[in-house]
Write a protein that binds this ligand. Sequence first.
Ligand code: CP
Length: 368
Amino acid sequence: MPKRDLISPDDLSPDELTAILDLAAEMERDAPGDLCAGKILATLFYEPSTRTRLSFESAMLRLGGRTLGFADAQTSSVAKGETIADTARIVQAYADIIVMRHPIEGAAKVAADYASVPVINAGDGGHMHPTQTILDLYTLKKLKGTLEGLVVGLCGDLKYGRTVHSLAPVLARLGAKLYCIAPPELAMPEECLREARAAGAVLGETPDLDAVIGHLDALYATRVQKERFPSSEEYERVKGTYVVTAALLSRAKPDMLVLHPLPRVDEIAYEVDDDPRAAYFRQAANGVPVRMALIAALLGLAHDVIAPEARAPEPSAPGRARPQAAREACANPRCVTNHEHHLTPQFAPVPDEPRLVHCMYCDHEVLA
Ligand code: CP
């Protein structure tokens, strides 16, 4: 059977996304404890994680499968210089599905291009975190009933935060409206907002959380991503910009949800945890049924949830024709093509923007 990967939320059609959310609800109600019997899930984590790795492992164990992997790449042959492509081609022989987190943007796409088994992106640098997006949608739908017309404030580090990069376009597609709340230094990259803007879903961009808090149905707070800043001075200038407190919530709607992908540092005061609107721990718990649904679907064990092959074949996949590279290198220093030099940079047109092309690994946009 042709394999499916989950590298970006765009890898799922709208119908498939709905089916995954429905399957996650079924998994939460009554998980089939032997669905993945005999299957092995590999977790390759080159970057720290608590929720994503452990909830994937919990999901696989609850489905009757087994897990292997590493949580510290320095204990693997990566420390000797092994590439992502070679690691993926080795692990495909040891596991039926691979979950990868990596600090470099586009890393999971490389693994997917080279592995014969499904690959799930568990976060690639500051680029994307698609499984977090799906559990965020699941949480919003479960607690609010619908996403249509919901006003969501994305707040904090919108520049480096991969969770909001994945989430903003999908929320817009599903009918939600957005406020982007960040200081100019942490504003959302244009390529992540393009679709939401085109859909008329961006209600405003402001550094002033207090000014918009009363309009929100959900506040999605994020951590300032210290590890992604080019210098500690730049981080020091913006750290602690937003703190959600009981006083702030006194000016919010009585049913506004407070979400956060976690971990938090100081963005949400502990006094907020007892407020019934605080939903971030319930959000993290939803990672298990959502990841159960994703594992089952990508292993082809959940019928009619995803088609065997919906994505167009990527021209960068090994064995497939490679188009001419449009330029020498991707301008994004954090792009995997600037770290693994056997890769050929690939660019594709940006829809409705004839002047621009985007890197097929990290989505960084440049003039054509
Ligand atoms: N939300 C999230 O990705 O958490 P971890 O970094 O702990 O996996």
